[in-house]
Design a protein around this ligand. Sequence first.
Ligand SMILES: C[S@@+](CC[C@H](N)C(=O)[O-])C[C@H]1O[C@@H](n2cnc3c(N)ncnc32)[C@H](O)[C@@H]1O
Length: 343
Amino acid sequence: MMAGGGGSAVAGGPALHIPVLGRPAVDFLNVHDGGIFIDGTFGAGGYTRAILASADCKVIGIDRDQSAVARAADLVEQANGRLMLTEDRFSNLDAIAHEAGYDLVDGVVLDLGVSSMQLDTASRGFSFRLDGPLDMRMSGGGTSAADIVNTASEHDLADIIFAFGEERHSRAVARAILKARANAPIETTRALADAVASVVRSRPGDIHPATRTFQALRILVNDELGELVKALHAAERVLKDGGRLVVVSFHSLEDRIVKSFLADRSQGRGGSRHMPEVKHPPATFRTLTKRPVAADDDEIVRNPRARSAKLRAAERTGGPARPDFSSDLLPHVPSLADALKGR
Ligand SMILES: C[S@@+](CC[C@H](N)C(=O)[O-])C[C@H]1O[C@@H](n2cnc3c(N)ncnc32)[C@H](O)[C@@H]1O
């Protein structure tokens, strides 16, 4: 399936989602002829097109959204064997590469969050600006936001909205949700946005009062932070010595995880002269971005979504992949299973 290598550029075609920080992301990937690159968040294929256009390389594209994969059938065909696209979670990216026949790859890029297509389709239920079913599942299966909002206890809802939404009025929001659902189940984005707006005030120019609550539910429904932590570990296992990891995040919870992971992994713990007998593992990454790269003013004018984007990049060293330390990186919140018990 990955055979071939036509070498021609595959840029062009409709792009419903404007890629954020696309140029620096591809530059940091160090795309070169003969390389294998994983685009873990295929979306509308903006990054993938740019990678394929940069060199005679191959891309393994991953997206958990079936509609993103279906929409790209033409691009797969045009790529003439240089693009393999799969509907899956990026936490499985190392296994996906192995299945495609690659033990190691040259680069992994993640452009986190939802795409414009997901946000702008009312029936997906991601947007408080469009009325639709309160869904928020990127992959269409599993627990929806409505299931959580109508089942979780006031206490769990408040904790989730505080931890994943960084909403300081989380207790008032949880109370408002319980009051609203006592009248009728909250089944639509509008009903939830109205309940939140009844207790969170906003001044003109502020973000919408429901922004943080929607973010919290979306993160929980899709296990977004758990997926990110697992993907970072998977990238560490599958990148070759000198391979590149590039992550674009859109809020501080994501960026904090990437920053902490890279800080830990780029420390060559060669032992200390005070404790020479202790053996520490060598660094597995060398950080390439001391500070995160942000979009410039021009990009923000063209694409306001770029305003909160932060890009971090690192190069894999030859050090062996380290054991998982996921739990240290994740905020402590009720699990989805606990929230659904309505404890
Ligand atoms: C911001 S968009 C990516 C846009 C893409 N870079 C482009 O230029 O078109 C994020 C995409 O990642 C997908 N996604 C988010 N989390 C995922 C996960 N854990 N596994 C696989 N895909 C995921 C979403 O479904 C969405 O299509």
